[in-house]
Structure formats: structure tokens, C-alpha cells
Design a protein around this ligand. Structure first.
Ligand code: ASP
Length: 309
């Protein structure tokens, strides 16, 4: 299937077959991501990494993925160092970066920014997180992690815990898990439940959703527990944040009733929602999940830029 030159703005841009193809290539990329094999398939290509919001994993793993395949990276990680601080529009900035690179990776605080960028660029644009919108490449690596750790996604009971309102990763994830036949349970403080638009979309796909307000009630059936941080920076009112801060925490005690082979995922960074004591348990998969960002992004870049192993 040809994904060459495609924009990746939303997980809805892909059908199941295309996602499966990306995951299959991601598996082949693992030894290259580890540096055990070497490929120069993207030699001479340039990736423009534009990060207008903080990032550790997404920015560095795109950079690492590009470097592992022989591409070069140009990047901006602070608005203050660009002409945007002089008043230049995002559209004009994108027109410039389009001329300087072969693929653009954009993280931006405003929902819809990646779609706008894609409209102004003839080169592929990858949404690396647009405000509280979505984060499709995180979803691809989350799916890859579930597949690698559990052998399949179909039929898995996935509990998604945390700030489901502002957490962009879970918006794309809920839809993609449904596409792959997983069953979803959303656990969140009532003020931070999943946006209706996502719930409706999942239901229109035939997805099964359970809603709970306490993880204790649903943990024993879970195959995957996906935890997210409260997105403090997205609260319009700090007192609203104070009301929900620290409302949930996954520690060893909270996992006592869990299946032995439950996996715990988190897009990271974690603040206090997973106790570090969980790191040493067989449930903890979030650091392997973070590594998976590299092979998955290598696969995506290879497919968008037409590289072959
Ligand atoms: N790193 C993820 C994101 O950019 C999750 C988070 O920040 O909580 O959306």
C-alpha cells in the first residue's frame, strides 16, 4: 500500500490495513532502531522538526529515527527563536520549512494546527500533537506495543485511566483500538471524561465502551491499563486543576487484583500517577513503549518518503 507523501494529521487518515502495514514494517525496523543493523535508505533527505510545545520522546525519537535511516534533521524547539515571535503566521513558517525539508513534523499548542500546516505544505506533514486534539504517531507506537507485548489487540480489555478530556493521546488511541477490536473502559474523574465526539465516533465504529469512576472496580478484567497524566497546561482555570490533581495513582496496592499478565502503559511523562515502585513489576511496559517510538517512526518516515529496506 502506498503511503508516499501522505499527511499524518489524524489516526482517521489510515484504514486498518495501512496501520497493519506500518506495524509490520516497524517490527522489521527494531534491529535498525537498536543500531544492530544499519540502513541509509533516507540518505540525502531532510526532516524539519518543529516543536512549539515541550517534548522529550516525540522530538528525540523522530530525530533518532531519521538519523538511523541516514536522513538529516533541521529543527526548531522554541517559538522565541523563530520569526513567529515577530508575528509571522504558522502558514508562512510552514511554507518556508516546506522549502527546506522533505517532511515536516509539527507539535503545536492549538488543535487543528497540523491540519492547517498540511493545507499549506506539498511535503508530508506529521502531527506530533496538536493541543488537546490528537497524537497519531503516539497511537501507532501504542498499538505496536500492545501487539508486541500481548501478541494481539483484538479482544483485549483496555482500561484507559486519567485525563481523558485534555489528553490527546487517548483520543486517537480509543479510535484505533476500536478499529482493532479491543474493548474499552474509560476511568476518569467526571470532569475529565472522554469528549463526547470521541465517544460517539467509537460507538459509530461499533466499539464497546464502559465508563467507570474508580479503577478498583475494573482492574481485575483488564489486559492493558493505559495511564495518562493530568494535562495541567491545558486547564483554563488553575483552581479547576487543583480540584482534580492527585485524584488517582497506580501503585502496587492498586494492582493487587490485576491479572498477572496485565501490562501498564503510559505515553509519559508521568508525574505522580504511577508510583515508581510499579517500575520493577512485570506489569511495567512504559519504558519499552517509549523505545518503540523509534522503530515505529522509522517505519512511518520510510513509508512517507518512499525508502526501502
Ligand atoms: N507526551 C504526551 C503528549 O505529548 C503525553 C503527555 O504529555 O502527557 O501528549
Amino acid at each position: 500500500m502506498n503511503l508516499k507523501n501522505m499527511d499524518v494529521v489524524s489516526i482517521r487518515d489510515f484504514n486498518r490495513e495501512q496501520i497493519e502495514e506500518i506495524l509490520d514494517l516497524s517490527r522489521k525496523m527494531v534491529p535498525y532502531a537498536r543500531g544492530e543493523k544499519v540502513s541509509r535508505m533516507l540518505d540525502g533527505r531532510i526532516l524539519g522538526n518543529l516543536f512549539f510545545e515541550p517534548s522529550t520522546r516525540t522530538r528525540l525519537s523522530f530525530e533518532s529515527a531519521a538519523n538511523r535511516l541516514g536522513a538529516r534533521v533541521i529543527d526548531v524547539s522554541q517559538v522565541s527563536t523563530t520569526s513567529i515571535s515577530k508575528g509571522e503566521t504558522l502558514a508562512d513558517t510552514i511554507r518556508m520549512v516546506e522549502a527546506y525539508s522533505d517532511v515536516i513534523v509539527l507539535r503545536h499548542p492549538h488543535e487543528g494546527a497540523a491540519r492547517l500546516a498540511a493545507n499549506f505544505s506539498s511535503k508530508p506533514v506529521i502531527n506530533a500533537g496538536d493541543g488537546a486534539g490528537s497524537h497519531p504517531t503516539q497511537t501507532l507506537l501504542d498499538l505496536f506495543t500492545v501487539q508486541e507485548e500481548k501478541g494481539s489487540i483484538d479482544g483485549m480489555n483496555v482500561v484507559i485511566l486519567g485525563d481523558l478530556k485534555y489528553g490527546r493521546t487517548v483520543h486517537s488511541l480509543a479510535e484505533a483500538l476500536t478499529l482493532f477490536g479491543a474493548k474499552l473502559t474509560f476511568v476518569a474523574p467526571p470532569a475529565l471524561q472522554m469528549p463526547l465526539e470521541t465517544v460517539k465516533h467509537v460507538e459509530s465504529m461499533g466499539g464497546e465502551i464502559k465508563i467507570a469512576s474508580d479503577m478498583k472496580d475494573v482492574i481485575s478484567d483488564a489486559d492493558v491499563l493505559y495511564v495518562t497524566r493530568i494535562q495541567r497546561e491545558r486547564f483554563p482555570d488553575p483552581t479547576e486543576y487543583q480540584k482534580v490533581a492527585g485524584m488517582y495513582r497506580v501503585d502496587i496496592d492498586a494492582l493487587r487484583e490485576a491479572k498477572k499478565d496485565l501490562i501498564v502503559l503510559h505515553p509519559l511523562p508521568r508525574i505522580d500517577e504511577i508510583d515508581p515502585e510499579v517500575d520493577a513489576t512485570p506489569h511495567a511496559c512504559y519504558f519499552r513503549q517509549a523505545f518503540n517510538g523509534i522503530p515505529v517512526r522509522m517505519a512511518l518516515l520510510a513509508m512517507l518518503l518512499g525508502g526501502e529496506l
